[in-house]
Design a protein around this ligand. Structure first.
Ligand SMILES: Nc1ncnc2c1ncn2[C@@H]1O[C@H](COP(=O)(O)OP(=O)(O)OP(=O)(O)O)[C@@H](O)[C@H]1O
Ligand SMILES: [Mg+2]
Length: 648
């Protein structure tokens, strides 16, 4: 839904300014603010984007957290140093207290007998305050450093994953749910960001704090330290292990169930028309109640777990204080402990607890981060099924001879959709593929521009196996208008100039005339700058097809592949479209996939495809004369009211 809001001028292509925003650019209502902000920005050097289908050595590196962090050694070292210093500075306070009590208030072993000095007390108090300020200041610095580090690492990671998306082949996107891929970029990346920003540093900080406190306790008094550790730690350990197990279970439950809620929500929203038309509202609500209820239960569960763990650790803390009071008081009376040391023990005991609680909580974050990086690694290590060979050549400008040589293909292993196809399309020739639904026509088109590779056989362009050339040089010479025309949120102008970077206004106007879009453009409030919303939902299906045709016209490819590109057009615009097709096909080889036989009749040659094989092939008049499959289709088409263009 978020894309729907983007509109207005200043688009990436439309406004001519490379703002770097997705397709549609900045919404018009935000434009004044954006201009103000941009005026204040220092000039950015244009970022050089070197996209190659084959990843560079650096991009092929294994995705691990250390490798992501290694790029920023400055931040990593300063962050680590800060953590160490903070963990030391934070524990100065109780020691100062001990010193003040023993040497300023007479708290040495003789009851009330020691040295008394206001100066010492004052100095200790001031130092106490100073240490607190220093530690707060250092913590601020540390949060700043790790914040910068995590933002930068996340930026790199997002770009790396997105770049990989650009490399992956079509089958990947049909197999993977878009929602799942989205969650890689949202929750997984955010988990990692959280981990770098808070997780690692606070894990290290709490761990170090516990070590420092343990050392200090033992240096103060070995016996009391041993008692404290022995009595407290096992209890705490047991309850923490329980909490860790229970909360991890809760976390997994919550995660799965929120995913269900989101999946149900998105499906209901996308399919709202079908839902309404089929009166499915009640059933949908019941369904949603069910998933939302399960989500609530999982939240209640984690709430219960937390409500046990928090108070339980507080209980252990109080228990510890009681024991300390008893044992420590006994030792004090037996001159084994100073009053100051006893006070310090009390203070440290409290400080011992919060790291444990935090460690247990951070551990979950650590695990989440770990599984996120594993999922992201799997993603960037998924190889594209359609990839360039090591030393792929650049396909020189082609004449447009397309050859299918013994091509067999199946989407799923073992289930062939095309069987041993042999076909040659001469330069400049237009060939129509006709045949029943599911015959394999679109599949042939997808093989021609290498959306998929044949399972067997080869597809050649001007005699060159298309698997041996770079994808960029191949696709820049092929224009495809797919069966489902897709428009991006943005102006019509932006959408038209999608296939080429340098397009003049005149060219766009010409394309609009050629495909017969003039009426529509004149009717729209802002003409070419009218914003079409997400997927062009505000346009009729036929209008979307015309826009897609104009886009292909502007890309000026050597070979055109039109998959049912005229199927949604009404009969009135048929003549316009026929003229448009004539212009579009001028001097180009073309594959026209058409259920509408008027379109097929205009082709130089017709290929009838059925059940994955070519059953008939010839010029329209030859096929009509032959009285085979095509003639039968044509007669059926006439009988159903199709316009006779056979000239017979
Ligand atoms: N991504 C896919 N994964 C698995 N099978 C697929 C996939 N796409 C298409 N198919 C199957 O391949 C066969 C050929 O499909 P194709 O889209 O080429 O048919 P078509 O001739 O273009 O049909 P239509 O005229 O309805 O567009 C069909 O049986 C279809 O179910
Ligand atoms: Mg098709």
């Amino acid at each position: 839904m978020a894309w729907g809001g983007w509109g207005g001028g200043g688009g990436m292509f439309g406004g001519g300014v490379a703002t770097g925003l997705p397709f549609g650019g900045i919404p018009s209502e935000l434009m004044p603010e954006a201009t103000k902000l941009l005026a204040k920005e220092p000039p950015h050097p244009p970022s050089a984007i070197n996209f190659t289908q084959r990843p560079s050595a650096k991009e092929r590196e294994r995705l691990t957290l250390p490798k992501l962090l290694r790029v920023y050694p400055g931040y990593v070292t300063s962050g680590s140093l800060l953590v160490i210093v903070i963990s030391l500075v934070m524990q100065v306070g109780p020691l100062l207290t001990e010193f003040a009590i023993n040497n300023g208030m007479g708290g040495t072993r003789e009851p009330l007998g020691g040295h008394r000095s206001l100066t010492i007390i004052a100095v200790c108090a001031l130092l106490y305050l100073a240490s607190a300020f220093v530690s707060v200041f250092l913590q601020r610095m540390q949060v700043d450093v790790t914040g910068r580090l995590s933002s930068r690492v996340m930026h790199d990671l997002r770009i790396r994953v997105f770049t990989h998306f650009q490399r992956l082949s079509l089958d990947f996107f049909t197999d993977e749910k878009t929602g799942v891929l989205m969650s890689r970029m949202t929750s997984d990346v955010e988990n990692l960001q959280q981990l770098i920003q808070d997780g690692i540093s606070s894990f290290a900080l709490q761990g170090l704090t516990m070590v420092v406190i343990t050392i200090v306790l033992f240096s103060l008094n070995v016996t009391l330290a041993t008692w404290t550790i022995l009595l407290i730690v096992p209890l705490l350990f047991v309850i923490s292990i329980w909490f860790h197990r229970a909360s991890e279970r809760g976390y997994l439950l919550v995660r799965d169930r929120i995913a269900n809620v989101l999946a149900d929500l998105s499906e209901s929203l996308y399919g709202i028309r079908v839902v309404t038309a089929n009166n499915r509202q009640r059933r949908n609500i019941r369904n949603h109640r069910h998933v939302v209820g399960a989500y609530r239960d999982s939240n209640l569960y984690t709430g219960r777990v937390n409500s046990i763990y928090g108070p339980a650790t507080i209980m252990i803390g109080i228990l510890g204080q009681g024991l300390l009071l008893g044992i420590g008081g006994h030792m004090y009376l037996h001159h084994q402990l100073s009053l100051g040391a006893l006070a310090a023990f009390f203070l440290y005991l409290n400080r011992f607890f919060s790291p444990i609680q935090l460690l247990v909580q951070q551990y979950t974050a650590l695990q989440q981060g770990r599984s996120s990086i594993i999922r992201l690694r799997e993603l960037v290590e998924t190889p594209p099924t359609v990839d360039e060979v090591e030393d792929a050549a650049t396909l020189p400008t082609i004449e447009g001879r397309i050859t299918f040589e013994h091509v067999s293909f199946g989407y799923v292993p073992g289930q062939l959709v095309l069987h041993d196809i042999n076909l040659e399309i001469a330069p400049g020739e237009s060939v129509a593929f006709v045949g029943p639904t599911g015959a394999g026509k679109s599949t042939m088109a997808k093989l021609a521009n290498r959306f998929y590779d044949p399972t067997e056989g080869r597809v050649l362009l001007d005699g060159v196996d298309i698997r041996t050339v770079t994808l960029h040089s191949l696709r820049s010479q092929l224009g495809v208008v797919p069966q489902e025309a897709f428009l991006f949120a943005g102006s019509i102008r932006t959408n038209l100039s999608f296939g080429r970077t340098q397009i003049t206004n005149e060219e766009i106007e010409e394309a609009v005339d050629v495909v017969g879009l003039r009426d529509l453009v004149d009717r729209l409030p802002d003409g070419l700058d009218t914003v079409v919303h997400e997927r062009g939902q505000t346009l009729a299906a036929g209008e979307r097809q015309l826009l897609a045709l104009a886009r292909a016209f502007l890309a000026r490819p050597r070979v055109l592949i039109l998959d049912e590109a005229t199927s949604s057009l009404d009969l009135r615009s048929e003549t316009v479209i026929e003229r448009a097709l004539d212009r579009l096909l001028e001097g180009r080889s073309a594959i026209l996939i058409a259920h509408r036989l008027t379109t097929a009749q205009r082709a130089d040659r017709i290929v009838v495809i059925d059940q994955g094989g070519i059953v008939e092939m010839g010029t329209p008049s030859e096929l009509l004369k032959a009285g085979g499959a095509y003639a039968a289709m044509y007669n059926a088409w006439l009988a159903s009211g199709g316009r006779d263009v056979s000239g017979a």
